[in-house]
Design a protein around this ligand. Structure first.
Ligand SMILES: Cc1ncc(COP(=O)(O)O)c(C=O)c1O
Length: 313
């Protein structure tokens, strides 16, 4: 992670060091925030934000599920993101929009606390490491179950909900694995701590459905489309833990991790222990889409207007 110069905070660009909050910020105490993880890539057409409008839409949906009214329009958030990338002179970056309850009346009832918005950007390499993209990660099924539909809202990307992922991540790391795989309340496979999961068997691709308490990943949707466009059958269905051990290939998708193969689950190598052909074919197409090398998926990139073009509009 490389620090940038400016952070957009409640309508203004402020110095990175000055983007501060009060210690009585509601979200700090109770996790009352929602956020996004987005990536922008250097492409032949300029800096391209991958599926930007889908991320902004999910941000607004997550906020809505927690009764937070974002005091900006979707277009204002989009334009503010463009401006933040431009003013930081970044050609590629990770983008973190965060909407949270600020300091106000203390106590669990949050609706009288102000809703604050920040957009931070910074340079961030491969989340699970360059080697992970190439050779895959070792993963462990977590002893922590993914948060359930009857306690929280798995479809919301809400700050407090991530304590679930944090516990699983720490456990995996302390046990010597790069990533955790969480099961849902029924014991079926759900997802990683910040990634959706796919298994491939006999050329068929399967991924857990929304009823398994997944977050509806934007990269998951992209990869499903790419896999189908490549001619693979894809089903969204319950995936049993044992299928991870029997799979020909396993991989994860997410904004941070992009498409990362899983080479081992619970100390059992996935097939030969090297990423398989289906994973490689989908990954190639997906990376081309992210980096603006694909005609077919060109509309997935929101190109950041240059300074001159932004001034003219
Ligand atoms: C819990 C969880 N699941 C899945 C994902 C993948 O979502 P996306 O592909 O939209 O980044 C993420 C990352 O945002 C996540 O945090």
């Amino acid at each position: 992670m490389q620090q940038a110069d400016l952070i957009w905070m409640n309508g203004e660009l402020v110095a990175w060091e000055d983007a501060k909050v009060h210690v009585l910020t509601h979200a700090l105490h109770y996790g009352t925030g929602v956020f996004e993880g987005v990536r922008a890539y250097e492409t032949p057409r300029g800096t391209g934000i991958f599926r930007h409008s889908d991320h902004v839409e999910r941000l607004f949906r997550s906020a809505g599920m927690y009764f937070m009214d974002i005091p900006y329009t979707r277009e204002e958030i989009r334009a503010a993101t463009h401006e933040t990338i431009r003013r930081n002179n970044l050609k590629s970056c990770y983008i973190r929009p965060l909407v949270f309850r600020g300091a106000g009346p203390m106590g669990l009832y949050p609706l009288d606390c102000p809703v604050e918005v920040v957009i931070a950007v910074w340079q961030w390499g491969a989340y699970l490491g360059e080697d992970a993209l190439e050779h895959g990660v070792r993963a462990k099924v977590s002893s922590w179950r993914r948060l359930s539909h009857d306690a929280l809202i798995p479809a919301a990307k809400a700050s407090g909900q991530y304590l679930n992922s944090v516990l699983a991540k720490i456990e995996a790391d302390k046990s010597g694995y790069e990533e955790a795989i969480l099961l849902d309340q029924a014991g079926n496979v759900c997802e990683g701590t910040g990634e959706n999961l796919f298994v491939v068997k006999d050329g068929e691709v399967a991924t857990p459905p929304f009823s398994s308490a997944i977050l509806g990943g934007i990269n998951r949707a992209s990869v499903i489309q790419i896999a189908r466009d490549l001619g693979f059958g894809v089903s969204e269905r319950a995936v049993a833990r044992g299928e991870l051990y029997l799979a020909d290939e396993v991989f994860m998708t997410g904004t941070a991790a992009e498409l990362t193969p899983v080479r081992e689950v619970d100390d059992r190598p996935v097939a030969s222990g090297e990423p398989g052909e289906v994973t490689r074919a989908i990954q190639r197409e997906f990376l081309d889409a992210l980096h603006g090398r694909s005609e077919r998926y060109a509309e997935w990139l929101d190109i950041v207007p240059s300074r001159a073009r932004a001034a003219a509009t």
